[in-house]
Every structure is written in structure tokens, then in C-alpha cells.
Design a protein around this ligand. Structure first.
Ligand SMILES: Cc1cc2nc3c(=O)[nH]c(=O)nc-3n(C[C@H](O)[C@H](O)[C@H](O)COP(=O)(O)OP(=O)(O)OC[C@H]3O[C@@H](n4cnc5c(N)ncnc54)[C@H](O)[C@@H]3O)c2cc1C
Length: 417
């Protein structure tokens, strides 16, 4: 902080913080007409609006959010970022995002606290090892970093890890050193501030309740809790609510929505140097900059819109974490929460056009879309602006469920954080 910044901080402290400007414009009501309306003020929706304004010079853009921006999965996730997916289409999409993460704080002039501290994915049995070695080879051929560590290598990289425990012995792991974490709220706030500065209207507490189509079938307007809006282009980026929003336009989506939970411990001094995931037990852990251990669990076994998942899912995850990291057995947990994730049958996202002219959709990120936020927004903005899929987004079209050209990361990875 320079001298001026320090002086301003002191002045604000003394006068009771009266001089802070809001970081972005947030109009109370939407305008009657927009060129593009984005439904959903999560990271993906806000990033889409930002790139539409910045790179495609679209004039009148609104982001409509039924709650507060970042209050959906963007503010509920465990922030794991990596790009070592198996299939070339996925690696290209997620690595596009990682490359944007690397410069995002500079791009937005906002510290999103991207921390590439390395993501280690543990192998516990022969099947895991074969699968991860296959990922390492495929990723290297695609120019994406990923390396195999033996068990001792895993322990050296993550000293709290007990590689010899009985239930989940560690036989090795796949490490992506460019992977890591970021501050989820800051991603929403950074994109919001940068988008608003370019003229985007971000309207909170504005729920979309209907989509109107003209005689030719194309979208013409939408109804919201704050009135009607005319527009010829709508981008739906509503994560767990996507099926409900798309149904307003008469489109049935190949999605299921599940609760997914996470929890944090009491804060402690820096003790955990990296991110560790175990797909086999579906547990993942890192330490936040505040000192809390951030722990993620699996989805509930059945679809639901309840944001409180099953207690048995959390206890299974914590049992596994305690076995993998015995030093955490006496840690106290502070709070847990859930989010609603939208999953496809091949565990890959859907980005692109729909059967309804003027209606675009970006969804299906399931348990692992935070990592894609900048890349997703970037390619979706290009898709909306040009009316045709961005080359990186093209394989993730909605019609793959009709053509059968699936990108089956479910079979490849079992879990996709
Ligand atoms: C517990 C948990 C852990 C996770 N861990 C990871 C992880 O470690 N790494 C990773 O990459 N991903 C992770 N994810 C997944 C990730 O959070 C999501 O894929 C990603 O944040 C989706 O972003 P989004 O912007 O599409 O959705 P959201 O942030 O959910 O935004 C969608 C917005 O749409 C709004 N909306 C819905 N319906 C309407 C309507 N009718 N009108 C107006 N607005 C509407 C919602 O209120 C919401 O704010 C996790 C998810 C959860 C729940």
C-alpha cells in the first residue's frame, strides 16, 4: 500500500467508513431492452458478460441474478483448479481456463488469489494407477503438464499424508503442478467490477420466471420478478437450476441436479502445502489462506434441490480424511454447506446453441466447473456473439446426446473436481 492508500485507509477508519464507493454498479431494476441477457450471476455468467463487452463489443448486456452474485455454486465450492482431464477436448477446454487463470488478476485488476500450489490425485489400487498413468501420457501428448509420483514422492510432496494406512494405502499419484486454488468470491467480484465498468447491468434479486418465443420460435423476451425485458439473445448460465430455466423455453435438458457438500475446519497455522484429491473415496482437501482446512465430499445418491445434503456423505468423507491425514483427527469442523450441481451422463459440460434460435446454454459442469470459469466465459461469449460455437466449445454441444459423440470423463475419472 502506498502513502496515499494508507492515508485513505486511516481517514476512512476515523470517519466510520463513509467514503467507500461500491465496487460495481448494481441497478435496482433492469432496462426494458438488451442485446444480450445472461441468466445467472455466478462466475460463469459474469465472465461471459465481461468477455461479451470486452472482446465482442456487445453494447447492452444484463446479468440477471435471482439472489446475490456468487451466491450459487461459485461461492460454495472448494476452488480446485486443474486441467489434467483425459480426453483432448476436455484438456483443451480446461487448459484454456488455466492459462486464463494465470493472468486473471492482471486482466481484471483484481486479486483473485490464484495459487498454483499443485493438485495431487491419489491412486490407492492398481486400477487407479493404470488410469492415472494413462492420464499422464494423454496429457503430455496434448501438451498439458501432469506427472506420476510414486508413494514416497507423494509423501515428499505432501508431508501430512500417511501413505501406509490400512484402508486407503497410497500407491502413487498424478500431480499437476500448475493446478491449485483461487478465492471464489473474488472471482465473482472481479468479473462483476470489470463487466460493470464496461457498461454491463448486473441486477440482483431479479429472478427470471418466463421466456417468451415469437412465431418463428426464436426468443423475443423474458419475464422477471422485476418486469418484462425484450431481447433477441439469452445465455442461460444457471448451474443447478438450468433444467428449470430451460423448461421456460420448452427445452428439456439431459441433466440431473444433485446436492454436493463441503465443509471447513477451524483455522490453523499453515500446515497443508498443496491440494490433495482421492477419487476413490471422493474426498479432497486444501488449506485456505485464512487457515481453514477446506474439505469436499461427494454428491448425494439421488437427485434433489435441497441445499442440505446427507450427513452420511460428510461422515464418510471425514473418516477417509482422518485416515489419510491422521494429524487432522482432533481438528474441529466449523461449518458445512451444500450446493446444487447439474450433471450430465458423460460428466462433461454443455456449451453452445440450443434448438431455440437466440437461446444459448452453458451448464452441466457438475462437481467441477469452478476451475473452468474464465475459459467457459471466454468461449461462451464468443459463441453468443458469433451465433456459432467457439472451436474449443464445439465438441460440448447439446446435440452430442443425440449423435452419441459423448466425451465420457465419468468413465475416465469417476469424479471431476
Ligand atoms: C460443494 C461444492 C464443491 C465444489 N468444488 C469444486 C472444485 O473444487 N472445483 C471446481 O472446479 N468446481 C467445484 N464445484 C463446482 C462449481 O462450484 C460449479 O461448477 C461452478 O461454480 C458453476 O458456476 P456457475 O457460475 O455456472 O454457477 P453458479 O455460481 O451456481 O451460478 C448460477 C446462478 O444462477 C442463478 N439462477 C438460477 N436460476 C435463476 C433464475 N431463474 N433467474 C435468475 N438467476 C438464476 C443462481 O442463483 C446462481 O447464482 C463445486 C460445487 C460445490 C457445490
Amino acid at each position: 500500500m502506498n502513502g496515499f492508500g494508507a492515508f485513505r485507509l486511516l481517514r476512512e477508519a476515523l470517519r466510520g467508513q463513509t467514503g467507500w464507493e461500491p465496487q460495481w454498479r448494481s441497478p435496482e431494476r433492469p432496462q426494458p431492452t438488451y442485446d444480450v441477457v445472461i441468466i445467472g450471476g455466478g462466475g460463469h455468467g459474469l465472465a461471459t458478460a465481461y468477455y461479451l463487452a470486452k472482446q465482442h463489443r456487445v453494447g447492452r448486456i444484463a446479468v440477471l441474478e435471482k439472489g446475490w452474485i456468487g451466491g450459487g455454486n461459485t461461492g460454495r465450492n472448494t476452488t480446485i483448479i486443474r486441467s489434467n482431464y483425459l480426453f483432448p477436448e476436455s484438456a483443451a477446454l480446461y487448459d484454456h481456463a488455466v492459462q486464463l487463470w494465470e493472468g486473471l488478476s492482471q486482466e481484471l485488476n483484481y486479486n483473485v488469489m490464484f495459487s498454483p500450489r499443485g493438485v495431487l490425485m491419489l491412486a490407492h489400487n492398481v486400477h487407479d494407477e493404470q488410469s492415472f498413468r494413462r492420464h499422464v501420457h494423454a496429457n503430455r501428448l496434448a501438451g498439458v503438464d501432469n506427472e506420476w509420483l510414486d508413494a514416497e514422492g507423494c509423501r515428499a510432496f505432501c508431508p501430512p499424508l500417511d501413505i501406509h494406512q490400512q484402508r486407503y494405502p497410497v500407491v502413487g499419484g498424478a500431480l499437476q503442478r500448475r493446478g491449485g486454488v483461487a478465492r471464489h468470491d473474488a472471482v465473482a467480484w472481479g468479473y462483476a467490477r470489470a463487466a460493470a465498468a464496461l457498461g454491463v447491468d448486473i441486477v440482483q434479486n431479479c429472478e427470471v420466471i418466463g421466456i417468451t418465443r415469437g412465431a418463428d420460435g426464436a426468443v423475443t423476451a423474458l419475464s422477471t420478478s422485476k418486469g418484462e425485458i425484450r431481447t433477441g439473445k439469452i445465455g442461460v448460465v444457471a448451474a443447478g437450476s438450468t433444467s428449470l430455466v430451460m423448461a421456460m423455453a420448452g427445452v428439456r435438458m439431459p441433466l440431473e441436479s444433485f446436492p454436493l457438500q463441503a465443509l471447513v475446519s477451524e483455522p490453523v497455522k499453515p500446515v497443508f502445502p498443496c491440494v490433495v484429491m482421492s477419487n476413490t473415496v471422493h474426498a479432497y482437501i486444501s488449506q485456505s489462506d485464512k487457515g481453514e482446512l477446506v474439505i469436499g465430499a461427494g454428491t448425494d445418491q439421488y437427485p434433489s434441490y435441497s441445499q442440505a445434503g446427507g450427513v452420511q456423505i460428510l461422515s464418510h468423507t471425514l473418516e477417509a480424511i482422518c485416515e489419510l491425514f491422521p494429524m487432522f483427527r482432533r481438528m474441529r469442523m466449523l461449518r458445512s454447506w451444500g450446493g446444487i450441481v447439474d450433471t450430465t451422463s458423460d460428466r462433461s459440460p454443455i456449451i453452445g446453441l440450443t434448438p431455440v434460435p437466440g437461446l444459448f446454454v452453458n451448464c452441466g459442469w457438475g462437481t467441477g466447473g469452478f476451475k473452468a470459469t474464465p475459459g467457459s466465459g471466454h468461449v461462451f461469449a464468443a459463441t453468443i456473439a458469433r451465433g456459432e460455437p467457439h472451436p474449443i466449445a464445439a465438441p460440448f454441444s447439446l446435440d452430442r446426446f443425440a449423435t452419441g459423440r459423448l466425451i465420457d470423463e465419468a468413465a475416465a475419472a469417476a469424479v471431476a473436481h
